[in-house]
Design a protein around this ligand. Structure first.
Ligand SMILES: Nc1ncnc2c1ncn2[C@@H]1O[C@H](COP(=O)(O)OP(=O)(O)OP(=O)(O)O)[C@@H](O)[C@H]1O
Ligand SMILES: [Mg+2]
Length: 238
């Protein structure tokens, strides 16, 4: 579904993402892990188009989108949820989602957008909060709203950057259930996560980054047993 070849991003002398090649298969849940500063968020920004690579290519569903701006990627089905949630605070949950549904794809009719919003409210468990202004939500509900907003753009591949950050363990496990439901609804998921129990519970495959490079990939147990991965994590306070 997604193929990265030799993707590279430099910030001055720092190579934040260094010749990363990987493939995400349709229908899987794919995790990107690695110590602080490894280049995970930069990689996600390259995938959603907030950053352009210095080298390499990106193909999504057979289309070369290496130079495509973020909105074009979104139209083709690349959806993104952010760690810092920024809803319109005075608008209700339903209104916030309607904005996502109307503008995620070009020329979405209001009737279609409303239908998508109702489906996403059900899927994410936000239906009881539909009329609540966004500023009255709890942190967990905020995270659900951010996921829901991304889903309203009708992604084929959903990109998540540490969406569980700040959640208590029980809340994180609720979020795990939600991400499973999202995948069951037909959406492929690529997520960055620091919480190893979450990675273990969710990921079909894991890629490990360190200093901008992919140092290991495979199923969780393989990767967790890899000496290079253990060294990357033990050597620093990540
Ligand atoms: N816009 C930028 N300008 C300059 N340097 C940057 C920029 N964005 C990231 N970096 C640097 O690139 C490297 C990779 O950063 P990135 O945020 O991708 O890491 P990360 O793996 O997401 O880390 P974390 O786990 O802390 O979120 C870091 O050294 C960071 O300081
Ligand atoms: Mg990051």
């Amino acid at each position: 579904m997604l193929r990265l070849r030799g993707l590279t991003k430099r910030f001055g002398g720092l190579v934040a993402v260094n010749e990363v090649s990987l493939e995400v298969r349709e229908g899987e849940i794919f995790a990107v892990i690695g110590p602080n500063g490894a280049g995970k968020s930069t990689l996600l920004n390259l995938i959603c188009g907030l950053l352009r690579p210095d080298a390499g290519s990106l193909e999504f569903q057979g289309r070369d989108l290496t130079q495509a701006p973020p909105e074009v990627r979104a139209w083709h089905g690349l959806g993104r949820a952010f760690q810092i949630v920024q809803p319109f605070p005075e608008m209700s949950v339903r209104e916030n989602l309607l904005v996502g549904a109307l503008f995620g794809k070009p020329r979405t009719p209001m009737s279609k957008a409303k239908k998508v919003v109702e489906e996403v409210l059900e899927l994410t468990g936000l239906a009881p909060k539909a009329e609540t202004p966004a500023h009255e939500l709890t942190l967990l509900e905020d995270k659900r709203l951010e996921l829901a907003r991304a889903l309203c753009t009708q992604p084929r591949l959903l990109l998540l950057d540490e969406v569980m950050a700040g959640l208590r363990p029980a809340e994180a496990m609720e979020a795990v259930e939600l991400i499973r439901k999202i995948r069951a609804s037909g959406v492929t998921v690529l997520f960055i996560e620091h919480l190893m129990p979450v990675v273990r519970a969710l990921a079909d495959r894991v890629v490990v980054m360190d200093y901008g490079q992919v140092i290991a990939q495979g199923v969780y147990d393989e990767v967790a047993a890899n000496p290079r991965v253990r060294e990357a994590y033990l050597g620093r306070s990540a």
